[in-house]
Design a binder for this molecule. Structure first.
Ligand SMILES: C[S@@+](CC[C@H](N)C(=O)[O-])C[C@H]1O[C@@H](n2cnc3c(N)ncnc32)[C@H](O)[C@@H]1O
Length: 225
């Protein structure tokens, strides 16, 4: 069943937060993420480019290289992969340690990637005008507080070339009996209904379940308007 953004917001406690509570939520996300990078190698930092991105870049009917923007690039594995395959790449991450490591890795790999320390929901604060042919998001959006997600969608929409793709991997909502205690908004995850409602002017072309032990999804969207 498709849901409208109003219905989704009604189910979403984050939409009732005061500005102070919203700022606190963003701060707790930042603190938690920084903690992962400060502790060493975060669990997601596998150094392996997922087959779903490889298929889009090298598979049958691959996209021709163009301009790509990675949201939440971490230490740069996939931005470097895209640059190696002829893409002009910009990549942003909220955590400066991650961006520093990505810069070092890109340099060591001998590729050019525009690595930016900043917020994927505040792209206007960064010099990334686009237009981009491909947006790639591996588990960034699903961790963004709900009150910042419209800004994320608007930022991509303003920077999308006609027909641009967004390939996104995300965790589904956590079961109510197993809430994340670390950061409240991480329990929200991402759903196909949410993306359909939030990404106006985009078509959700494909939803493929991931292979993780908890519900995960690969979403492919295309800018149509
Ligand atoms: C689960 S990690 C995945 C990192 C990377 N995509 C990978 O696969 O190795 C999510 C990444 O998104 C970044 N992130 C989260 N919220 C962000 C935001 N609002 N703007 C930019 N990056 C963000 C985090 O710092 C983290 O590096």
């Amino acid at each position: 069943m498709e849901e409208t953004m109003d219905q989704l917001n009604a189910q979403n406690p984050d939409s009732d937060l005061t500005p102070t509570e919203q700022a606190q939520e963003e701060e707790s996300v930042h603190r938690a993420l920084e903690g992962f990078y400060r502790a060493g190698k975060p669990p997601w930092d596998t150094g392996v480019t997922p087959p779903e991105l490889v298929a889009l870049v090298e598979g049958q009917g691959a996209l021709p290289p163009g301009r790509a923007l990675e949201l939440g690039c971490g230490t740069g594995t996939n931005a470097i992969y895209l640059a190696r395959h002829g893409w002009e790449v910009a990549a942003v991450d909220l955590i400066d340690r991650a961006v520093d490591q990505a810069r070092q890795r890109a340099e060591a790999a001998g590729v050019t990637v525009r690595l930016l320390h900043g917020d994927a929901t505040r792209l206007d604060e960064l010099n990334v005008p686009g237009p981009f042919d491909l947006f790639f998001d591996l588990s960034c959006y699903c961790g963004i507080p709900l009150h910042r997600r419209d800004a994320y969608a608007a930022g991509l929409t303003h920077r999308a070339a006609p027909g641009a793709r967004l390939l996104m991997f995300g965790y589904g909502p956590e079961p109510l009996d197993n809430p994340t205690t670390e950061v409240k908004s991480w329990a929200a995850g991402v759903t196909a209904d949410e993306l359909r409602a939030r990404f106006a002017g985009w078509e959700l072309l494909d939803v493929t379940p991931g292979t993780n032990s908890v519900p995960t999804f690969w979403f492919t969207l295309q800018r149509v308007a």
